[in-house]
Design a binder for this molecule. Structure first.
Ligand SMILES: *[C@@H]1O[C@H](CO)[C@@H](O)[C@H](O)[C@H]1NC(C)=O
Length: 232
C-alpha cells in the first residue's frame, strides 16, 4: 500500500469516527408486530423511536388536514396546531409521560383533529385523546380555545375523575414488566384502548381495535400514511 493511500484511508477513518452520531431517522412504514410487545418478539425498542421533533414533523401534515379528511369540520387552524404541540409537550412534562407516546396515542385516537366527535360505548370518550369521560372537547366548535386543547390532552394523560389516563395506565403496565420498558408502552396502548390487557398477546383486542398496540408501535417509529399491514 502506498504511503499516500495509507494517509487517505487514515484520514477517512478519522472523519468517520469524528462525524456526529446521526440522529435516527423515522420511516413511514408499517410492520406487523405480533405477540407480547417485547423486543424479543420483534417489537421496536424505544431506542428505535423517532425524536419528538421528528415525529411531530412527520405527523404535522396529517394534523393540518385530518378534520377535513374525516368530515369532522374545518381543518385545525395554525393557532390550534401550535396549541396542540404546546399541550402535548407541557402536559407530558408535568405528568412525567413520554411526549412521543402522547403524540402517538393522540394520532391513534383522533388523528389530531381538535373537532373530533365524542364517541360512546357506555362511557363517553371525548376530544383529542378520546378520554375516559373527560370534560375537554371541541366537537362541533369552530374555534377551539387553548384551554380546551390543554384540557383534552390533560384528560387523556393525567386521567379524569371517572378513569385512568396514560400516566396511571403506564404505572400499571410498568409494574407488570418491572420497569418502563418499550413493552410497557405497547401494553399501555392496549389497556388505554380496551380497558384490559392480555400481556402475552397485545393483538387481543377484547371488544376494541385489534391493531391498536401494533399501530402505536409503528407510529413511534414514524408510520403515518403508508398502507397498514396489520393482519388480524
Ligand atoms: C361522567 O362524568 C360526569 C361528570 O363528572 C359524572 O356525573 C358521570 O357519572 C360520569 N359517568 C361515568 C360513566 O363515569
Amino acid at each position: 500500500m502506498s504511503k499516500n493511500l495509507v494517509l487517505v484511508l487514515t484520514t477517512l477513518a478519522g472523519l468517520v469516527a469524528a462525524a456526529p452520531i446521526q440522529q435516527r431517522g423515522v420511516l413511514d412504514a408499517y410492520n406487523n408486530y405480533r405477540g407480547d410487545g417485547t423486543v424479543g418478539a420483534g417489537w421496536p425498542d424505544s431506542s428505535a423511536w423517532g425524536s419528538f421533533d421528528q415525529l411531530w414533523s412527520a405527523n404535522l401534515p396529517l394534523i393540518q388536514q385530518s378534520c377535513g379528511w374525516n368530515g369532522w369540520g374545518a381543518d385545525n387552524s395554525a393557532d390550534e396546531v401550535n396549541n396542540i404541540k404546546d399541550a402535548i409537550t407541557q402536559v407530558s412534562s408535568a405528568q412525567g409521560v413520554d411526549n412521543r407516546f402522547v403524540l402517538a396515542i393522540m394520532m391513534q385516537e383522533s388523528k389530531g383533529c381538535v373537532r373530533v366527535p365524542t364517541t360512546s360505548n357506555g362511557v363517553t370518550n371525548p376530544g383529542l385523546m378520546q378520554s375516559h369521560n373527560g370534560s375537554g372537547s371541541c366537537a362541533g366548535v369552530s374555534s377551539c380555545s387553548r384551554d380546551q386543547i390543554f384540557q383534552m390532552i390533560n384528560d387523556g394523560v393525567a386521567g379524569t375523575s371517572s378513569g385512568d389516563g396514560l400516566k396511571q395506565i403506564l404505572a400499571t403496565t410498568s409494574s407488570h414488566y418491572g420497569g418502563t420498558s418499550s413493552a410497557a408502552y405497547y401494553a399501555a396502548a392496549r389497556l388505554y384502548n380496551s380497558g384490559s390487557v392480555d400481556y402475552s398477546n397485545l393483538g387481543n383486542a377484547f371488544t376494541s381495535v385489534a391493531c391498536y398496540a401494533d399501530d402505536v408501535a409503528n407510529r413511534l417509529t414514524g408510520w403515518t400514511l403508508a398502507l397498514s399491514l396489520c393482519i388480524v
